[in-house]
Design a binder for this molecule. Structure first.
Ligand SMILES: *Cc1c(COP(=O)(O)O)cnc(C)c1O
Length: 492
């Protein structure tokens, strides 16, 4: 570094030779396109070998090497060992598959390098535009407000903070778990509610104990009778019921709570109605599925992950609120260094930093703007309908096979099932299904995940994948049967 005279030249963090920079960029784009085009021929996942792990655990570099060399290292250490969710046979957890054109937008976002807290610039307007489109897609009131976040976990915190603010009665109760008169807040949701809701309740100081986990029915939907009882009991005990959380697609089984009933109950009981639609909310794009989600677009708040069932690269999620000022009431703050001016960038009235926790925010709106413009919402809707259809197909395959048992089914994109055989004990079934799943995963054949339903270890297939085709599910079933048959035969 001492060889640079700061009076004569800047430290060379910009490329000394832009032609070289372009050449590397062209090579990266070529390689990435080839990689995506050939993704089907690669294993879905493979373990990271110890020598590669060692290369990813080195000391802080003191001096640099050419960027081409770093890229080469990326190609050999990172590229071959992905999570797998861009592969056509990945159906684990709730990960999306990633629309390629959005990757260009991520590159462009890093180049223009805007932070989206406040101020007049086109990037702010892009996020504003994207939120308006998402409102329209979700059939959300036009004067509702929103903000893009990293994920639904962050969205739950923002939505529940807005709920607490709206229900506290006064404007300055941030940080408290109780209303002004000292009554403890309570929050309600089913036992199938995602753990991020409980995290949010904890973080807001309400206390995880006061998140009331209400039992579910045989279809994993909240038991509304038990819910009414719990609210009544809490009121009688002097607590202050504050918020009701409805699920539009539970993470385990894709169950949708009776949202219209929950909405009516929330109105009757003066509760904030929050809907976790992390992936399931996107079924709102399909006329066939709107009745299933009735009530969702009348909620007080809604979260949904664009990196799940809208196939955007990580991370981008959205929280919408019904009352236009609900987020600003909760999160706006003032300081001399962010006050507005009469003219110039600081005159702009919109501030996303007043709608959530973060001030420095990346330009994640651009990939959504880019992808929605490039493909149109109808294309995404068609892919979502296709995913639902594929899961219905897989469910039918499992139903018609006496060596498979469907344990949960849904109207959305998740089915849970297991390999079975006569005279198996519950322990045998759990052990063999764990082995079947790890063989699928370790050999990179397919990547479902698992869950446990009433003590039964099940293979869980959650389809947020725009690359899957029907025959991928035929392949999955045939592999499960082959592996399962082999394991049972070997144990005899
Ligand atoms: C994934 C998921 C979440 C959490 O969202 P993140 O984007 O991972 O933070 C919450 N609820 C449900 C139903 C989910 O599927």
């Amino acid at each position: 570094m001492s060889s640079y005279d700061p009076h004569e030249q800047s430290i060379p963090l910009d490329p000394p030779d832009w032609e070289e920079f372009k050449a590397l960029g062209r090579r990266i784009v070529d390689d990435m396109a080839d990689y995506l085009a050939g993704i089907r021929d690669r294993p879905v996942w493979q373990p990271v070998p110890p020598d590669v792990q060692a290369r990813l655990d080195t000391a802080l570099p003191r001096t640099g090497v050419p960027a081409q060399d770093v890229y080469e290292e990326f190609r050999t250490t990172v590229m071959p060992y992905p999570r797998g969710n861009i592969h056509p046979r990945f159906w684990g957890w709730a990960n999306g598959s990633g629309v390629p054109v959005a990757a260009y937008a991520d590159l462009l976002a890093s180049v223009v390098n805007c932070t989206l807290g406040s101020g007049e610039n086109a990037a702010m307007m892009v996020e504003h535009q994207v939120i308006a489109w998402l409102r329209e897609a979700m059939r959300w009131p036009a004067d509702g407000s929103g903000v893009l976040t990293s994920g639904a976990s962050m969205g739950q915190i923002i939505a529940l903070a807005a709920a607490r603010q709206a229900k506290s009665g006064t404007a300055d109760l941030r940080g408290l778990g109780a209303v002004a008169d000292g009554r403890q807040f309570t929050v309600y949701g089913s036992t199938e509610t995602h753990h991020s809701v409980e995290k949010a309740v904890e973080l807001l100081g309400i206390g995880g104990h006061f998140f009331r986990r209400i039992p579910v029915d045989a279809d994993f939907r909240i038991d509304t009778g038990a819910l009414c009882d719990a609210i009544r009991r809490d009121r009688a005990a002097g607590l202050h019921p504050m918020c009701l959380v409805g699920n539009a697609g539970t993470v385990n089984t894709g169950a949708v709570d009776p949202l219209d009933e929950l909405l009516a109950l929330a109105r009757e009981e003066d509760l904030w109605f929050h809907v976790d639609g992390a992936f399931g909310a996107f079924a709102q794009l399909l006329p066939t599925h709107r009745p299933l989600l009735a009530g969702m677009n009348e909620a007080d708040s809604l979260v949904f992950d664009l990196h799940k069932w809208l196939y955007m690269p990580f991370d981008v999620s959205c929280v919408l609120v019904r009352r236009p000022d609900a987020l600003e009431n909760t999160f706006s703050s003032s300081a001399d260094y962010i006050s507005s001016t009469a003219q110039g960038p600081a005159a702009y009235s919109l501030a996303f930093s007043d709608r959530g926790i973060e001030q420095s925010r990346r330009f994640r709106a651009l990939k959504v703007w880019f992808a929605l413009k490039a493909h149109g919402i109808d294309t995404f809707a068609a892919s979502i309908a296709g995913n639902i259809d594929q899961i219905a197909y897989l469910t039918k395959l499992a139903d018609s096979c006496d060596r498979l048992e469907v344990v949960s089914r849904s109207d959305l994109n998740i089915v849970c099932f297991r390999y079975v055989w006569p005279d198996a004990t519950p322990d045998d079934l759990n052990r063999v299904n764990q082995d079947v799943l790890s063989r699928l995963q370790m050999e990179g054949l397919a990547m479902p995940s698992h869950t446990v339903i009433d003590g039964r270890f099940v293979i869980r297939v959650a389809n947020n994948n725009h690359r899957s085709v029907r025959s991928d599910f035929d392949f999955l079933v045939s592999q499960i049967l082959t592996i399962g048959d082999g394991l049972v035969a070997a144990s005899r």
